[in-house]
Design a protein around this ligand. Structure first.
Ligand SMILES: [Zn+2]
Length: 324
């Protein structure tokens, strides 16, 4: 089974010797690294240069290097543009909670800025893979225990950009606009379509730069009920559509954050595998801390190919102090 280690860094990129020692110890296939967003904590370029050196060192040891790109989460943008924050369907503006700083997926200025950063950074890092995180509508799932669609959650985004984009593509039978106040199924489909369209565009950009690049997408977890419906409603992610666009789906099955038993991780992995069909591979991301909880050997045994057909690999999420 392939094994990856995932880091989020907002300060210094981990030292090469340390990561190489972990790669050796764990028998890693690859490393996924999030170096944050430009303008956050200063030194984005410095972190990218350090990450590029780390990537080259890993490659020399036969360990692949993948860049985690936070798409619609950007604390710098969130702080600098208070009037452009995501809005729910009741008109309430998203209030920052903890570290999460979502951006509306239909904000044209942000998308232009993001794409202006994306290709040059890809050129600096030269990763084997690019992993899109926060490629979804805003929902702070880390603060919820019960991640199933119940029809009552506060959904984003209902900002003016989104209303305009929705109405531009939707005309009712009598020739008028579809009512935004009761968007229902049409709105849900439209939202999932927005995310799939952006995923396709970003995947194409990455593949144009490097046709061999592996494209991943992070999928937030669901804790019960209809997984497909919950992903579509809570996050605007349609799993079947995304699986045709990217190479790997990585559902974040963090049992510690969600206080779920380990059996939930395997059940969820199986469910995502079923939804992904045959067009993409599922690489569940699971919590890993040292010392404690699960050792990689336990995980490998417990999520082995025999037990979870179609699961080729596992991503160990090494939580940092920020998220711990
Ligand atoms: Zn919006």
């Amino acid at each position: 089974m392939e094994l990856f280690l995932k880091f989020h860094v907002t300060g210094e990129v981990p030292r090469t010797e340390r990561v190489l020692a972990q790669a050796d110890d764990l028998g890693l296939t690859g490393v996924l690294l999030n170096v944050g967003s430009p303008g956050v904590g200063g030194g984005f370029r410095h972190r990218c240069n350090a990450a590029s050196r780390l990537g080259r060192a890993l490659r020399r040891e036969g360990v692949s290097f993948h860049w985690i790109v936070p798409v619609f989460h950007n604390p710098g943008w969130f702080a600098a543009h208070p009037l452009l924050r995501p809005v729910d369907l009741g008109g309430r503006v998203f209030r920052r909670k903890d570290w999460y700083a979502p951006v509306c997926p239909n904000d044209p200025e942000y998308i232009e800025r993001f794409e202006g950063m994306f290709l040059p950074t890809l050129g600096v890092l030269e990763p084997e893979g690019v992993s899109f995180d926060f490629l979804r509508f805003p929902f702070f799932w880390e603060q919820e225990r019960n991640l199933r669609w119940n029809g009552r959650q506060s959904l984003f985004c209902g900002c003016l950009y989104c209303r305009d984009a929705f109405n531009a593509g939707r005309v009712s039978g009598d020739g008028g606009e579809v009512e935004w106040s009761s968007p229902g199924e049409a709105w849900s489909q439209w939202r999932a379509g927005c995310i799939s369209t952006i995923a396709l565009r970003l995947s194409r950009l990455a593949r144009r730069e490097n046709p061999q690049v592996t494209v991943w997408i992070h999928i937030p977890p669901v804790t019960g009920g209809d997984t497909s419906a919950a992903c579509a409603m809570l996050y605007g992610q349609e799993i079947a559509a995304l699986s045709r666009i990217v190479d790997r789906l990585s559902p974040m099955l963090y049992h510690g954050i969600l206080r779920r038993p380990l059996s939930w991780v395997r059940r969820s992995a199986e469910e995502f595998r079923r939804l992904a069909g045959t067009t993409s591979s599922v690489y569940p991301s699971v919590e890993w801390r040292e010392p404690g909880s699960l050792r990689h050997s336990t995980m490998k045994r417990w999520l082995s190919a025999r037990e979870t057909p179609g699961i080729r690999g596992l991503v160990l999420f090494q939580r940092t102090e920020r998220e711990a």
